[in-house]
Design a protein around this ligand. Structure first.
Ligand SMILES: [Zn+2]
Length: 160
């Protein structure tokens, strides 16, 4: 995966997440920042502003724009446009509220423009960096657990 182009504005510097281990993801088509796990996809049968859209349960690396009431095909919704943290591209919108009861299931979800997303399945031949990352993760976990056990042992010692 190419390194994401991070804009020099201060609020975007350290927030861009670039990997979700080896899970299939949707990434920004412009800067490759990870936007959502493919597992979070609810429906592909939505309309974005200019084309097809995906309804997605949760997303990362997105900045929320201003809330506004917008008439959509299925009625008026309170939405906020969302922008990629990596490159400020408008990716779609977030549903704050739906006025129609039949549309309530969209609240708290994201509508992302299909053309702004790239599917990343991480089917690479060179697995080396991912294996390295995983190994460090497991090692870190073991170290933390050992520390917890040691603290427990020390505390038991004090109280007996
Ligand atoms: Zn981007």
């Amino acid at each position: 995966m190419a390194a994401p182009t991070i804009s020099p504005t201060s609020d975007t510097k350290s927030k861009v997440i670039t990997t979700f281990l080896d899970k299939p993801t949707f990434s920004c088509s412009r800067c490759t920042a990870v936007i959502a796990l493919q597992d979070e996809l609810i429906s592909k049968a939505f309309s974005g502003r200019d084309g097809r859209g995906y309804l997605i349960h949760s997303a990362v690396n997105l900045k929320m724009g201003k809330k506004e009431d917008r008439p959509l095909m299925t009625g008026v919704h309170t939405v906020a446009d969302v922008y990629c943290m990596g490159c400020n591209e408008r990716m779609g919108w977030y549903y704050h509220k739906a006025s129609d009861h039949t549309q309530k299931y969209k609240e708290g979800k994201y509508l992302l423009e299909r053309e702004k997303l790239v599917k990343e399945n991480n089917w690479t031949l060179d697995d080396e960096p991912q294996i390295g990352f995983r190994t460090r993760g497991v090692y870190g976990h073991i170290v933390i657990r050992v520390n917890v056990v040691l603290v427990a042992v020390i505390q038991c010692g004090w109280f007996t």
